[in-house]
Design a protein. Structure first.
Length: 158
């Protein structure tokens, strides 16, 4: 799907990526970019070193993943708004007791209630859902010819 000339990735909260979509929606509602149609577009990042830095910033390898979970970050590591890209901003999460879909160990001291257009969100989600959802984003880039620094949105549907 396209919004004007800008492609739009879609996730559904009612589909097989419900927790991923819920995380994206919560992160966007907290002020992070990429929300369709009213947000600032995300921009794709293809540099593998920078993508790894984004992932390691939002989801440090020292965080022990709960059984069957993997760490999801928003904005995605494959964007120029990712956690290690300037301006870096502050981490945030939507962990319990406020939600039942985002798991973050309280010992990691990731703050809740953070808002604003910079920073990132981290949540532990079902590993398969997170992995396949990320693969779909890669397919979206290829199908829509989203190249380095090209803008795009992510639309969360009910």
């Amino acid at each position: 799907m396209f919004y004007g000339y800008v492609p739009v990735m879609t996730y559904s909260k009612g589909g097989q990526f419900g927790r991923l979509a819920t995380h994206v929606e919560a992160a966007q509602q907290s002020g992070l970019p990429g929300a369709y149609p009213t947000g600032t577009p995300l921009r794709r990042l293809v540099d593998t070193v920078q993508k790894r830095l984004n992932g390691d910033t939002a989801c440090p390898r020292v965080w022990v993943r709960p059984e069957g979970r993997s760490c999801d970050e928003y904005p995605p590591r494959s964007t120029k708004q990712g956690p290690a890209q300037p301006p870096t901003g502050t981490a945030r999460t939507f962990a319990p007791p406020n939600t039942d879909w985002c798991e973050i160990d309280p010992a990691w001291n990731v703050p809740t209630g953070v808002t604003g257009p910079t920073g990132w969100s981290s949540c532990m989600l079902p590993a398969r859902e997170n992995s396949v959802g990320g693969s779909l984003l890669g397919g979206f880039y290829r199908t829509n010819r989203v190249l380095d620094n090209d803008p795009f949105f992510i639309w969360v549907q009910p």
